[in-house]
Every structure is written in C-alpha cells, then in structure tokens.
Design a binder for this molecule. Structure first.
Ligand SMILES: [Zn+2]
Length: 230
C-alpha cells in the first residue's frame, strides 16, 4: 500500500494531504527498493496523543483538515542521501526536515541559517525514517520536487570530505597546517583530529561532530555535522 493522501482520520475527521506532500510522496515511491514500515501521512490516535500539534494532524480541526507532513522509511544510506538532497534543493515549500538526530528548517534557529543541519534532540531519533513538514501556503503546489531527477540519485552517505577540503585550503593559506599535514589527513581518524585541531585554531566552527565513521579506511564521516569556515 502506498501513502494515503486523504480519507478519514482515526477520530472521523475528513482530511486531505497538501499537494506538496502528495508530490513528495509520489517521488519517494520511485525510490526502490525502500523499507516501508514507518511510512505515513495522517496522524494515528497514538501519534495525536503524543504530539497533538504535529503537522501530521489535519488542520483545522473542524471541516476537512489538511495534513502537511510525511514520514518515509529509509535505509541509513537512503536517509542521508535523500535528506541531503532535499536540503540542497531548499524548496520554498519545505518547512523542516528531521533525520537521524539532525534537522534543518527553512527559517533561522538559534543563529543557524535556514537549510543548515543542526542537532535534533527530540525523543524519536528518526533513524529509520525521514520527516518532512511543508508550509501551509504550499497546499495547492504539487509541482515536482526533483529529488530523484539528478544524474546520480540516492547514493552514498553524507560526507564532510569536500567540506574538509575547503577547510584545509583555508588552513594551508593561513599557514596553520602544511601541505604535508593536509595530505596525511586522509583517513577518517586523522581527518577528525584535524577538524578538531582546526576548530581550536579558530579556522572552523565545528558543532555536533560525531566520532562515528562508516568503516575503517573510509574518508567519509557520518553523523551530525554543522560547521562553518570562518
Ligand atoms: Zn513525522
């Protein structure tokens, strides 16, 4: 069964999904194979009692309510790839996204710019699914999101490698590290140490860097990572 885009909620209220949610769900359906266990749009009774103000709850509460959120199940790799793709698209319909203890919003929060990853401390870590909420002015906008329209769709995991490259450029430029140090920082452990070092040296502003890697010898670092090169 695919996503539900309308019908009757658990309490009998009529609801329909925002067209932006429908367009997103239809694109996510094109990602195969994909786990489906936590797929959902409209809130269940349990969801409503746990999170009564959720965008999964049809609003307004009287008449036909609109659901402006979707949860789609993902493998870890799919989650990183799709969530990052949605972040990069910065679609004006996107209100916020949550995945694997990270989130971004379409508005600044605590000095963190729109569409920049930040830590998510909610009780549900969103490891097995991605949550997307959309703005209420996008109810009639069912245009494509373009998530899987790129040439290399849904592959790989979030990596800080390219970001670190830019940081190292800055550091070499500022004479904080030598080219040799830079070349040595190719394995994940050294990379992480170097990032912390650069943070202390004031070249980077590193927040939420997890020391969790996707395997020995890999150059990609997974986890929540928010940083700016100063
Ligand atoms: Zn959700």
């Amino acid at each position: 069964m695919g996503f539900r885009y309308g019908g009757t909620a658990w309490d009998g209220q009529k609801w329909s999904a925002s067209m932006a949610i429908r367009a997103l769900g239809e694109e996510i359906d094109g990602v195969t194979p994909r786990p489906k266990g936590t797929d959902g749009t409209v809130a269940s009774k349990g969801h409503d009692s746990a999170s009564p103000t959720s965008d999964h709850t049809p609003k307004p509460a009287v008449g036909t309510g609109i659901v402006r959120a979707i949860d789609f199940s993902v493998t870890t790799e799919q989650g990183y790839a799709i969530a990052e793709r949605i972040r990069q698209l910065a679609d004006p319909r996107c209100k916020y996204l949550i995945h694997n203890r990270r989130m971004f919003s379409s508005y600044p929060v605590d000095g963190i710019e729109p569409f920049v990853w930040r830590y998510y401390g909610g009780s549900n870590e969103h490891i097995s699914h991605v949550h997307v909420s959309v703005h209420d002015d996008a109810d009639d906008d069912g245009s494509p999101w373009g998530i899987v329209a790129q040439e290399q769709p849904v592959a790989g995991i979030m990596t800080v490698s390219s970001w670190a490259e830019a940081a190292f450029d800055k550091a070499v430029e500022a004479d904080i590290v030598s080219e040799t140090h830079r070349e040595q920082a190719q394995d994940p452990v050294t990379l992480e140490r170097m990032l912390v070092f650069l943070d202390r040296a004031g070249v980077l502003d590193v927040r939420n860097l997890n020391d969790k890697y996707d395997g020995p010898g890999s150059q990609s670092v997974t986890g929540t990572f928010v940083g700016t090169i100063t």
